[in-house]
Design a protein around this ligand. Sequence first.
Ligand SMILES: *Cc1c(COP(=O)(O)O)cnc(C)c1O
Length: 413
Amino acid sequence: MIEKKVPFTLQQINELTKKYPTPFYIYDEKAIVENVQKFIKAFSWAPDFKNYFAVKANPNPQIVKLLKNQGLGADCSSLAELLISEKIGITGENIMFTSNDTPANEFVKAKELGAIINLDDISHIDFLEKSAGIPELVCFRYNPGPLRAGNALIGNPEEAKYGFTRDQLFEGYDILKKKGVKRFGLHTMVASNELNPEYFIETGRMLFELAVEIKNKLNIKLEFVNLGGGIGIPYKPEQVAVDLEKVSNGIQAHYNNYIKTNNLDPLKIFFECGRVILGPYGYLVSRVLHKKNTYKNYIGLDSCMANLMRPALYGAYHHITVLGKDTNPLTNKYDVTGSLCENNDKFAVDRILPEIEINDTIVIHDAGAHGYAMGFNYNGKLRSAEFLMNKEGNFQIIRRAETMEDYFSTMIF
Ligand SMILES: *Cc1c(COP(=O)(O)O)cnc(C)c1O
């Protein structure tokens, strides 16, 4: 069991809430930086190793900028994400544009920025040519279909809407070559929130094997492989974090086996992880509005699934700390709820926690990625503020909370 710690105190939150009401998000800068450096160090053997941070996981510009300063690129999948990257100075091949069902104007913007364009389908070669023109470097997203088992979150590759089939991959590279493309990449993403390190080692092997086959059949030497995102995090205290050193060593062994022995070295190795970069270092801070005892015992918070959707959407576990009561005995069983008129608006069901009182501060863990970002306005709920806690323990507001004026601004009365 790993103890889930909170990097700030009740006193600090009480200070902050004098000015800013709950709920809000807090991100721990020091922990983010340490974690990113650990990831990069684990892959220091790999030529031009780069993680393109999946902007969708947390599109706050201050966060993306912090990651840029640590050497990460941006993985974008929409126009808004491309614009965020551009505004903070991430351009050119520091952007990977991995989209699907893509509108023409997004390809135009990606090409204008000089991003690496990663095509989701063979028909998009024509679509890209007509809308934006073919760039000198093009990447394809591979879907291994029946050749790989998926996992619960992303589903079976055969059922997934993403990517090229194996045959289409070879056909596609051949088409590009005939169109004069000189530089090529290969991408895949077959798992999400996966905790088994072997999974990513096998993904590396699969891509290296393909790189050899592409060289042999088409005489194309790939410039990079991108293993996608999907590295999981231990949401539950009994789960174990992915050992990135182990993943790296496993991938390196296959690299030597396939890439070096076939004279395809150097082949750049990319990831586009979001969750493992930020997930554990973000917290949703909320207060208890109501206690309700009927057929079950309910704790009603001032946040709801509009602030953090994962528990309602996937039944995902997020650890909860009652701040200042972390050493109290675990005596009570609660459903911890939000205020939406949806019975699945629960952050936790049958969770064993210390005795909770009205106005207690509740910290929901592992909300740094796919947390705030998935927020929405159902029931007229407003998105919260976000704070970055710096190394000295000071809180910098990095996004203000939405106001009723924001909510009403698009309405026509
Ligand atoms: C969502 C997504 C990612 C990031 O996934 P994580 O689970 O946050 O690592 C990366 N690439 C693509 C194409 C995605 O859709």
